[in-house]
Write a protein that binds this ligand. Structure first.
Ligand code: NAG
Ligand code: NAG
Ligand code: NAG
Ligand code: NAG
Length: 381
């Protein structure tokens, strides 16, 4: 910009300040909202590290207690509320793009049924031991999925954000974490790999697991748990399918978490019950590959028929003896999910799991509540 001699004083000074301020503002916005399509370079900016002094606050599908799950807005909100990790289910589209979406079908958390152009996409497939009918994400291209809008899953949660936000890709999800103002980890799940590999085909015989790990490598993720590389880009890879984790362990040294379902449910890949999977013998075998377990919390401390807790199982003790972490799912504030022992108080539930059960991380729908509880009881240095 040319500043003439006459105007150089005040006016030009103001212009320079304005240009400087708006560039700074844009850079700031780009860091915070990378999914707006702005290219961002985060290297060299000095960010608050991941805390490792207390159990991890894992934002289950973003701050989905408030905002429709797995949307950019739910993830940005979770980070603002203090998440250590943002968590996501990674599945695939018909054209092989990886997206963040929990269910096999779009029916429950999108407006797909209102799109007349997709009325003929309803299908019935066998999936994970069940016959499921609906609009499957594997039958839609990414471009088609981007025309849908997300909805809140539960009737008792805020619906004012319905029909506003899009499904995000795995890459957009990663960008949200990488461009956040402090270091925030990611906790993606290799979701329904048996079903996805059956319905989606990639070139060169590559699998869902291959494309999943390639995406992480492309963004520079790698390194063993707590290594310097890991702390720069914290990551846990999770799956209910043990063979997917073993395959991933061949492609990356990033830490892996084996998810555990109800004891009688069977794995989608090896057809083992989760009771078998949690035997001493199996845990010893799988501990060569993984750093921890992600159990459904009611399998760790089963509730009785009156909704009071029974004695905890020995799963946490056995896992810790093998140096495995335990990150149970899912903590929710609403009374529908709080066992009566906790007097309808989510802080009492967190206190119990953190201090009595000694877990190492918690998947929560209400990141802000867990964060405030932890700041109150064990504030960061
Ligand atoms: C891991 O890699 C080795 C060597 O390439 C291969 O022989 C083995 O089958 C792979 N295992 C899995 C589970 O992918
Ligand atoms: C486990 O089983 C119970 C009772 O059948 C069910 O309510 C719950 O949703 C199941 N949990 C998971 C994680 O599937
Ligand atoms: C899984 O195991 C059960 C019990 O051993 C068996 O009956 C069933 O046929 C198996 N299913 C598959 C798909 O292999
Ligand atoms: C949790 O531990 C505290 C302190 O050791 C104990 O007083 C309390 O009874 C325990 N709570 C439960 C539900 O076991």
């Amino acid at each position: 910009m040319a500043c003439s001699r006459f105007s150089f004083g005040l006016l030009c000074g103001v212009l320079v300040i304005l240009v400087w301020a708006s560039a700074a503002q844009l850079a700031h916005a780009a860091r915070r909202y990378p999914y707006l399509g702005m290219e961002v370079q985060v290297k060299g900016f000095d960010r608050q590290p991941l805390q490792t002094q207390r159990p991890f606050n894992i934002a289950h599908r973003g701050s989905n207690g408030e905002i429709p799950e797995e949307t950019a807005e739910a993830y940005v909100r979770a980070i603002a509320e203090g998440a250590d990790f943002i968590e996501s289910d990674i599945t695939a589209t018909k054209d092989g793009k990886l997206i963040c979406f929990h269910d096999l079908v779009l029916d429950f958390v999108t407006d797909v049924a209102d799109h007349a152009e997709f009325a003929d996409r309803i299908r019935t497939y066998e999936a994970e031991g069940e016959t499921v009918t609906g609009y499957f994400s594997v039958d839609f291209t990414l471009e088609e999925l981007k025309t849908l809008r997300a909805r809140q899953r539960f009737a008792f949660r805020d619906k004012s954000y319905n029909d506003k936000f899009q499904i995000v890709t795995f890459e957009e999800f990663i960008s949200i974490a990488l461009n956040s103002e402090r270091i925030v980890g990611i906790y993606p799940e290799i979701k329904s790999p048996v079903f996805v590999n059956k319905h989606v085909k990639w070139p060169d015989g590559k699998t869902h697991e291959d494309i999943f790990v390639e995406t992480l490598l492309k963004f520079g993720y790698g390194g063993k748990y707590l290594s310097k590389e890991w702390k720069d880009k914290p990551l846990f890879i999770q799956s209910f399918a043990p063979t997917s984790l073993i395959h991933a362990s061949n492609l990356t040294d990033s830490p892996l978490i084996l998810l555990l379902d109800n004891a009688t449910s069977v794995t989608q890949d090896t057809n083992q019950t989760y009771a078998e999977i949690t035997s001493d013998e199996y845990l010893k075998f799988i501990s060569k590959y993984i750093v921890g377990l992600g159990p459904w919390k009611d399998t760790v401390v089963p509730p009785d028929v009156n909704n009071y807790l029974s004695a905890p199982t020995d799963l946490v003790a056995r896992a810790h003896a093998l140096n495995l972490q335990v990150h149970p799912y899912t903590f929710r504030n609403e009374y529908e999910y709080l066992h009566f022992d906790f007097h309808q108080d989510p802080y009492q539930e967190y206190s119990y799991w953190i201090h009595n059960v000694s877990v190492d991380g918690l998947f929560t729908d209400f990141v802000g509540t867990l964060h405030l509880y932890q700041q109150w009881t064990s504030p960061l240095n």
